[in-house]
Design a binder for this molecule. Structure first.
Ligand code: DC
Length: 235
């Protein structure tokens, strides 16, 4: 079974998806981390980000794996490095490159094959897994998302940018995510929209879990009905 969670930056997708996957006993796929991993590798290799060929050539050579909620890049655990501001800034070049997207989409589909997965990103329900059994579209106002991001920055103990800076950066990421020619952020057809302003994380996860369990029960009931023998015609 595949559950997709899409939505803008700062809507709480990662936190919610991770918790939902744990509650359901599903695997969790953080596709943003894959884009970030390619960005980190590009920074390290010092390649020209504006050359449309160099990024995909590099991406295809990388070994990107998830293990127990950590991302390994060519065998190195880079999970913490992926959240660095320079990686966030560079990830847009990766996300805007169609050849890199095509490669990462192939990896995402391979990962999900034969598993129960909660997958999270921008294009999961619309493009990567249009056949997903449950699709969510998680939203929050830009102001609420900026407040959340600011709290995350402050929690790291590093010097935090101002609220205005965070808000401006989020709005420009929204703009880029929505205007990408391929794989842009849209509410996927059939997705359930969950506005999260004013809701705490456990409440959001409760809602999503209840919906998924409902779908699981309905699917199971249908499968049982289809596989149980039909009563004989008494005539
Ligand atoms: O969700 P995030 O901030 O970790 O995403 C990192 C970058 O990758 C961001 O530029 C959006 C992009 N991205 C994407 O284009 N498609 C996805 N499925 C996931 C992330």
């Amino acid at each position: 079974m595949i559950v997709t969670i899409d939505g803008p930056a700062g809507a709480g997708k990662s936190t919610v998806a991770k918790l939902l996957a744990a509650r359901l006993g599903f695997d969790y796929l953080d596709t943003g981390a894959m884009y970030r991993a390619v960005a980190l590798a590009a920074l390290r290799a010092g390649i020209d980000l504006n050359d449309p060929k160099q990024l995909p050539d590099l991406a295809r050579k990388l070994d990107i794996r998830f293990q127990e909620g950590r991302l390994f890049l060519d065998g190195e655990d880079v999970t913490e490095l992926l959240r660095r501001p320079e990686v966030t800034r560079t990830s847009r070049f990766v996300a805007d490159n169609d050849d890199v997207r095509a490669h990462l989409i192939t990896l995402q589909r391979q990962y999900a094959m034969g598993r129960n997965v909660v997958t999270e990103g921008r294009d999961q329900g619309s493009l990567v897994f249009p056949q997903a059994e449950v699709k969510f579209y998680l939203t929050a106002t830009a102001e609420e998302r900026a407040r959340r991001r600011l709290r995350e920055y402050q929690a790291t103990g590093q010097p935090a940018p101002s609220y205005e800076q965070v808000l401006e950066e989020l709005l420009s990421r929204d703009c880029r995510d929505a205007s990408r020619p391929w794989g842009r952020l849209v509410k996927p057809p059939g997705a359930i929209e969950i506005p999260t302003d004013g809701l705490d994380i456990p409440t959001v996860v409760d809602r999503l879990e209840a919906i998924v369990r409902d779908v699981m029960t309905t699917t199971q009931r249908r499968t049982t009905q289809q596989s149980s023998p039909q009563p004989e015609d008494p005539r």
